[in-house]
Design a protein around this ligand. Structure first.
Ligand code: F6R
Length: 608
């Protein structure tokens, strides 16, 4: 998500950090900062906004001289973009400085414990607990202290750390967030992304999960989480700078699809505590939740599609009536809203004009607005009454993938929270739902492991003219997204239909060889959808089915089948969407299009 660069060696650290961070600008960020040791103390410079501002404030790094430093570009997750929330964060005396990428899931309980011990906090970030914890456990030996701290933090992290009383070393550690180390004749480096280092060297070391690196000006050592030394091979990076930006993937879209397991974990895990759903941002008592008359979900495009899924999940689990609206329609239909209704708006960018207008409409009619947003501090986040952030990180590809998956998770969590508060599910059911949610990241990884199968299939359909996606219930909601993913990047006409609705007109478009993608994940509806598959097959369609692993009978009717692992019926969208995203991606790739920048589309639609 954010960017990290650190340097120790013969050169001025600040210049190298600024150059490196510049290479990471493409990832998106809202503030930047660095900590440099000047021979006596650690000096910190931070600035909200572009890196250029930090450059100006530090006169290109000249005001923070020294040969040892760590730098960071921040993309806000916990706490708004601001100077004080920007990294590095320090302990009280400013003797320990830390830059961090990732999310510390247990930061609230750690913060509470530290506050009880007299520690005070300046920022709203999860990161600040790290320098404070390091301070708390510090015994003069940074390696031992870091080892202790990483055993106490939960979540994902890549860390760059400096200790003023060990001015010849930089420390680094990581778990579930990338960080590499490199060395040349001029010094040693850390970076969250190889792009930042390519101008200095192509020989890097990959730090493993929960491992620690200690960098000196001319040497690097690696340790496991118990501080036992380990050996690491050097790896030569062969990508060019362009491929390195994308982590070796050909397009950001594929990279972001591969980030989905992490995105799901990051959005989910911090909100599950002691087998309960805890959404601090919701700040609603059970009585307030019980008093909700109706939920209106309003969004655009893919975000709207997550809303369509959420209607089934919320109504099914929490038994609250839900209406779902396309934001550009909602604002002009004078919707009937009661002040007891809750309006949920969903937006990756937080800047979509129609969704923003929906917030205003809801407020005009006296309703509370809960926004599910990815960009911290965005307009919608500021205007809504409550904000639940998806922690998908910056999404660069125009076609959304990982933010969509994160939105689904946020909505499942709301449904579970509301269902338990309203007593419509038992504790045992809640535990079983949580169990299934926790399995999703690994199951997505399994599906990603089969990407070649989808690629092969997609290559057969690069010349397709029309494709239909059909499904019932939640499968209809998945169809909407599968169809949009295909058409927006591959320019193949496609439509999503509720499977039972086909015969009311659309079926006349099916002819010999038309591809129909049938979503068949809802067990109660298997037979019904299979009848619809037979109807299109009788008219010559070629059917690709996406179904559950326990439904091999599908092969009797479908021409090609993709299986998703076992999960609860409410959550199948999170798995079924993966082959559909890959299908859209590979059709576009096969046609030679610029997958990340489809024609006529913008990442954030700030006009009506
Ligand atoms: C499709 C896509 C769009 C967005 C829509 C809403 O891949 O990205 O359909 O989902 O424009 O954007 P946000 O979520 O930023 O409000």
């Amino acid at each position: 998500m954010c960017g990290i660069v650190g340097y120790i060696g013969k050169q001025q650290a600040a210049e190298i950090i600024l150059e490196g961070l510049e290479k990471l600008e493409y990832r998106g960020y809202d503030s930047a900062g660095m900590a440099v040791y000047d021979g006596e103390k650690v000096n910190i410079a931070k600035a909200m906004g572009r890196l250029q501002v930090l450059k100006e404030v530090t006169h290109g790094g000249a005001t923070v001289p020294g040969h040892l430093g760590i730098g960071h570009t921040r993309w806000a997750t916990h706490g708004e973009p601001s100077d004080v929330n920007a990294h590095p964060h320090t302990n009280k005396n400013g003797t320990i400085a830390v830059v961090h990428n990732g999310i510390i899931e247990n930061y609230i309980s750690l913060k509470k414990k530290l506050k009880n011990k007299g520690y005070t906090f300046k920022s709203e970030t999860d990161t600040e607990v790290i320098p404070q914890l390091l301070d708390y456990y510090y015994n003069g030996n940074p390696l031992e202290t870091i080892s202790k701290v990483i055993q106490r933090i939960e979540g994902s992290y890549s860390l760059g750390i400096i200790f003023a009383d060990h001015p010849d070393e930089i420390y680094a550690a990581r778990k579930s967030s990338p960080l590499i180390v490199a060395k040349n004749d001029e010094g040693c480096f850390i970076a969250s992304d190889a792009t930042a280092l390519l101008r200095y060297t192509r020989n890097v070391y990959y730090i493993g999960e929960e491992e620690i690196a200690v960098l000196k000006a001319d040497d690097v050592h690696f340790y496991d989480s118990d501080a036992e030394e380990i050996e690491k091979p050097v790896t030569e990076i062969k990508w060019d700078a362009n491929a390195a930006e994308k982590g070796g993937y050909e397009y950001f879209m594929l990279k972001e699809i591969y980030e989905e397991p992490k995105t799901v974990r990051d959005t989910l895990n911090p909100r599950i505590r002691d087998n309960k759903v805890v959404i601090d941002e919701l700040n609603m008592t059970d009585d307030e939740i019980k008093a909700i008359g109706k939920i209106h979900i309003v969004a655009c495009g893919s975000a709207y599609h997550t809303g369509v899924t959420a209607r089934y999940v919320l109504e099914g689990m929490a038994r609250i009536p839900v209406e779902v609206d396309i934001a550009s329609e909602f604002r002009y239909r004078d919707p009937l809203l009661d002040p007891s209704d809750l309006v949920i708006v969903i937006s990756q960018s937080g800047e979509t004009a129609d969704t923003k207008a929906a917030v205003e409409e809801a407020h005009r009619k006296g309703c509370q607005v809960l926004a599910i947003v990815n960009v911290v501090g965005s307009s919608i986040a500021r205007e809504a009454d409550k904000v639940m952030y998806t922690w998908a990180g910056p999404e660069i590809s125009v076609a959304t993938t990982k933010a969509y998956s994160a939105q689904l998770i946020a909505l499942y969590l709301i449904a579970l929270k509301f269902a338990s508060a309203r007593g419509t599910i038992s504790d045992d059911q809640l535990a079983s739902y949580i169990h299934d949610l926790r399995k999703l990241p690994q199951q997505i990884e399994l599906l990603l492991g089969e990407k070649e199968k989808i690629q092969k299939f997609a290559n057969r359909y690069t010349a397709a003219k029309d494709v239909f996606f059909i499904g019932r219930g939640i499968d209809y909601a998945i169809s909407l997204e599968g169809s949009l993913k295909l058409k927006e990047i591959s320019y193949v006409h496609s439509e999503a239909y509720a499977a039972g609705e086909l015969k009311h007109g659309t079926i006349s478009l099916i002819e010999e060889g038309t591809l129909v993608v049938a979503l068949v994940t809802q067990k109660d509806l298997y037979d019904k959808t299979i009848s619809n598959i037979r109807e299109v097959k009788a008219r010559g369609a070629f059917v690709m089915a996406v179904t559950n692993v326990d439904n091999p009978d599908i092969e009797k009717v479908a021409d090609y089948s993709v299986y998703i692992p076992e999960t609860d019926q409410f959550f199948t969208n999170s798995l079924a969407v993966i082959p559909l995203q890959l299908f859209g991606y590979y059709v576009s790739l096969g046609k030679g299009f610029d997958v990340d920048h489809p024609r006529n589309l913008a990442k954030s639609v700030t006009v009506e």
